[in-house]
Design a protein. Sequence first.
Length: 331
Amino acid sequence: MAILITGGAGYIGSHTAVMLLEKGFDIVICDNFSNSSNDVIEKIKKITGKDFNFYNIDLRSKSDIDHLFQTEKIDSVIHFAALKAVGQSVQKPLYYYENNLCSTINLLHIMDNHHVKNLIFSSSATVYGDKATPPYKEDSETSATNPYGQSKIMIERMLEDLHHSDDSWNIISLRYFNPLGAHSSGLIGENPQGIPNNLLPYIAQVASGKLPELKVFGNDYDTPDGTGIRDYIHVCDLAEGHIKALMKLKGSPGYDVYNLGTGKGASVLELISAFENANGIKIPYTITERRPGDTPLSIADVEKAEKELDFKATRTLQDMCRDTWNFQKSL
Ligand code: NAD
Ligand code: UD1
């Protein structure tokens, strides 16, 4: 029996695939490469020395998903596939709702038809929106400030409803905080198309000379140095969180939600310093206007994941900066 990884050629999916293979799980990956490429599949095989089946399918096609489930023996699904650019979701809401919601509904129908009812869903800290007070607990109020975030809230609700209607479904929604870093091999990592929206990918491109300088979006927040604070978590810690969640699904079924973060925050200026110290490269920056939609502070309450999943992130900010740069240099 295999674990299906949707969106497994993407940033978090590829790291989770490597870890699952290294721990001896059988996997199948599907992806439509809308935000990734085929060489990632080859790199996962190279890192692990293991083989697996890959399907180049779009989850908006129910018949393609059905074909996969008819061909493979799937036991559980980790559902990463989604579009994730916040700004683009505001410009193209229907595209986002169609891709993220329809794909998930199709997948759930086919899983149901094939009696596969174990699911881990990639949710996001973005569901805490702008109403809850950090550190965010899993039962903090959720709200969305954009269609991307709305799609995550809607899917979480749908999964909860599904479990209520049929308690043989075992589902965990994992709310990731800010993933950073890359695999230590330098073969896989985050490689955004165009100009990066997120902080560390932007810093890495400044370090490589692709971009001239970083713009720090505001230094007048109510935080110790005035810049925004986030809970950054190494992508390999996140991958481990998925394995812990899989164990929980098997041992104690039901529907549940967990934060995956470190419980500690770092400011924009602290991340710049960590990158400079880890890699010995100076990052030029200027302070500019706040970015619309940004919150001053986002930090996870990690108690529930620690207690119930036995999950604790161990990698440091320095590790994240070193591994990101190691990957960036290989591009
Ligand atoms: P990613 O874009 O690198 O990976 C997503 C993958 O899904 C891509 O390879 C893409 O080609 C694929 N995909 C998208 N739509 C598809 C479809 N209709 N059919 C088949 N494949 C499709 O993103 P990521 O950073 O690895 O994120 C994975 C998941 O985690 C997403 O659901 C994202 O919303 C969520 N998440 C990401 C972050 C983050 O900062 N990276 C934070 C919180 C939550
Ligand atoms: C962004 C998304 C969020 C998503 C998350 C992880 C927005 C408004 N929010 O959040 O929905 O879940 O990524 O993918 O896009 N910063 C700079 N200069 C830059 C880039 C960022 O100063 O060039 C600052 C930001 O103001 C913020 C911090 O760095 O304080 C982190 O930004 P980013 O990496 O984009 O993550 P989030 O803001 O958490």
